[in-house]
Design a protein around this ligand. Sequence first.
Ligand SMILES: Cc1cc2nc3c(=O)[nH]c(=O)nc-3n(C[C@H](O)[C@H](O)[C@H](O)COP(=O)(O)OP(=O)(O)OC[C@H]3O[C@@H](n4cnc5c(N)ncnc54)[C@H](O)[C@@H]3O)c2cc1C
Length: 288
Amino acid sequence: MTRAFRPRSLDEALALLADGELAARAIAGCTDVLASDAAAGRVPPAVVDLSRLAELRDIRTAGEEIDIGAAVTFAELRADRLVRRHLPALAEAAATIGAWQIQNRATLGGNAANASPAGDSLPVLLALGARLDLASAAGARSLAYDDFHLDYRRTALGPGELIVRLRLPVPPPGSVQRFEKVGTRSASAISKVVVAFAARRRGACIEGVRLAAGSVGPVPRRLEAAEAVLEGATPATGLAEAAAAAAAAEVRPIDDVRSTAAYRRWVLGRLVRRWVLDLTGPDALSTD
Ligand SMILES: Cc1cc2nc3c(=O)[nH]c(=O)nc-3n(C[C@H](O)[C@H](O)[C@H](O)COP(=O)(O)OP(=O)(O)OC[C@H]3O[C@@H](n4cnc5c(N)ncnc54)[C@H](O)[C@@H]3O)c2cc1C
């Protein structure tokens, strides 16, 4: 029998999670926990429900950032005015998670903490330069999202530690954001490849380039080689192809039931190429 706790404050939740005898697991929307535990026949001894904690539930501006509580659902994200205006790639990603039933429960913090290589919001958090506010009974800390995913389904979260908020910088004027999930169908599909891109044009130059992808290796990752090709570049013949080739070469996808490594590499390259051309116009197209 699982004991269920619904704390009224973050401090109460952290104290419950720090109690070694209780061995409680945090749940938010419970969409991953239910699916993975039921499939494995596991019953957690206790659960701590984060879904009603005020500290984890709102979306607000704070200076030059947009702060999103970890227990905000994808349905809330895709409908939110601030997110749609400043973080359209995140709104778009939210709209591709499962279907409405899942989006009504699944949370942004749960997606990050679950750390599936195919988690759809994770490349967006990387591309948009997110930071995490983390807390445990031992104290609070802030972590760049770039440093969160350590290995396959292993994150920087310590025992009893929670993601409290996700902080995303408001992009400067002239920024573009792109998100694309390639799956077998448009709803309730696990991605074959999921990619996010952020950059801006300053005069003739491309800058602030952040590209990230999921389902192309054990962890979602920045595409640093492709970013290096593009950062500071001016639209030049072959730029789009060079960025696409760098992206395809730096990932380590596998063949599995959803796709092949070769297709994943190819489609990733085509998406990068298309986005570079969107940003630069046809000047960056190869004449070959
Ligand atoms: C039918 C179905 C379709 C799905 N489709 C998609 C999809 O298209 N794309 C996609 O990316 N995912 C998909 N998922 C997976 C899942 O819905 C998401 O990963 C979701 O965001 C998980 O959030 P949750 O709040 O339900 O997490 P939970 O199941 O409540 O928790 C997941 C894990 O995160 C931990 N956790 C939760 N919140 C926190 C927190 N604040 N701090 C620290 N740890 C925390 C929990 O302890 C647990 O280990 C799908 C799942 C189902 C069942």
